[in-house]
Design a protein around this ligand. Structure first.
Ligand code: ATP
Length: 289
C-alpha cells in the first residue's frame, strides 16, 4: 500500500500500555493533524513511525516496505521533535550542513530565506537561542530537508502568535509547491484547523477519530435551548458532551441527528468548530460533570 501504513501498534512502557491497536494510513500529499490530550501517546506514535523507538507489537511500512532498520525508507521521513538533538556550541549554519550529510540535497536557499522571514541570524550558536527560536530553527530545517514525509511533533512550541501564523503559511506554501506530506501533532487546534485535511484523534493510546476534517465536522452538531426540550430532542442520539448555563443546555452530538424529530422553535442546531468537538470527544467523565 502507498504511503506510511501503521498496523496493530502496541507500545508498553513498563506495565503501562501507552498505545494500543493503532492502525492508520498516511497517504502521500496531504496535511494530517494528530490531535490528542497531554499524555495521549502522540509523541510515542510519531517516534515509532520514524523508527526512533520500537513498538512491542505491530508494523510500520512505507510503500509496502518495513521501516525497521531500512535506511532508504527512513531517509524519506523526517521527524522534528521537542528533543534538542543539536550540539549547543554549533553555529546554526553549520548545523544545516550536518542535516545535508544525513539527508542529502538540503535547500540552503530556502533555509536562508526562511531565516530572514523569521529574523533568525544563522551565525548564532544553537545553545544561545531562546526556546521559541530553537523551535523556529528546527522548523526551518524540517521545511528544507528533501524527505517526502515530514513529521512535526508540537512544532510551534514556544512560538509567538505572529511566528505561528508565519509558520502555518510557510508550511502550506511548501506543501503546495512540493506535494510533501506533513503530519503535525499539536494542541493548538483552532489556529491550525484550516491548514489540515485529515485528522487522527488519539485518546488514551487509541485512535478514536480518523477522517477528513470536513467529514468529521459534518458529523458534529451543537443542539441548544431550554434543557427539557434539548434533552427530548437528543434522547437516544450520540451525545458526547454537554454545556449548561442556568436552564439553557447545549448538547454536542456526534453522528446523525434523527430527521424524523421535529425541532422545537426554542431549540437551535449549530455546527461546532474542531476545537469544541475535540474537547468534547476527549473529555474524561469527571470533566463532563
Ligand atoms: N520513555 C518513556 N518511559 C516511560 N513512559 C513514557 C516514556 N515516554 C512516554 N511515556 C508515557 O507514555 C504516555 C504517552 O506519552 P506521549 O509523550 O507519547 O504523549 P503525548 O500525547 O505526546 O503528550 P503531550 O501532548 O503531553 O506531549 C505518557 O503517559 C508518558 O508518561
Amino acid at each position: 500500500m502507498e504511503g506510511i501504513v501503521v498496523k496493530g501498534i502496541q507500545k508498553n512502557f513498563g506495565k503501562k500500555t501507552v498505545l494500543q491497536d493503532v492502525d492508520l494510513q498516511i497517504k502521500p500529499g496531504k496535511i494530517y493533524g494528530l490531535l490528542g490530550r497531554n499524555g495521549a501517546g502522540k509523541s510515542t506514535l510519531l517516534s515509532i513511525i520514524a523508527n526512533r523507538i520500537f513498538p512491542n507489537m505491530g508494523t510500520i511500512t512505507l510503500d509496502g516496505q518495513t521501516v525497521f532498520e531500512n535506511d532508504k525508507a527512513l531517509g524519506q521521513m523526517y521527524l522534528m521533535s521537542e528533543r534538542n538533538l543539536y550540539s549547543k556550541s554549533s553555529k546554526l549554519k553549520h548545523l544545516l550542513g550536518t542535516t545535508e550529510l544525513l539527508y542529502g540535497n538540503f535547500d540552503y536557499e530556502y533555509a536562508y530565506q526562511l531565516a530572514e522571514k523569521f529574523s533568525l541570524d544563522l551565525n548564532q550558536k544553537f545553545g544561545k537561542l531562546s526556546t521559541g527560536y530553537r523551535s523556529i530553527f528546527k522548523l526551518i530545517v524540517s521545511l528544507c530537508v528533501p524527505a517526502k514525509y515530514i513529521l512535526l511533533d508540537e512544532p510551534v512550541l514556544g512560538l509567538d502568535a505572529n511566528h505561528r501564523e508565519l509558520f502555518y503559511r510557510e508550511m502550506v506554501d511548501n506543501y503546495v509547491k512540493t506535494g510533501k506530506t506533513f503530519v503535525i501533532s499539536t494542541h493548538l487546534i483552532e489556529e491550525i484547523t484550516n491548514s489540515l485535511e485529515h485528522i487522527f484523534i488519539i485518546k488514551n493510546g487509541q485512535i478514536i477519530i480518523d477522517g477528513d476534517v470536513e467529514d468529521v465536522l459534518n458529523k458534529a452538531y451543537l443542539v441548544s435551548g431550554p434543557a427539557k426540550e434539548v434533552a427530548q430532542y437528543t434522547a437516544g442520539l450520540n451525545v458526547i458532551g454537554q454545556e449548561k448555563l442556568g436552564n439553557i443546555q447545549g448538547d454536542y452530538v456526534f453522528g446523525k441527528l434523527d430527521s424524523e424529530r421535529v425541532l422545537p422553535d426554542t431549540v437551535t442546531v449549530e455546527k461546532p468548530n474542531l476545537q469544541k468537538l475535540f474537547i468534547n470527544l476527549t473529555n474524561t467523565k469527571e470533566e463532563n460533570k
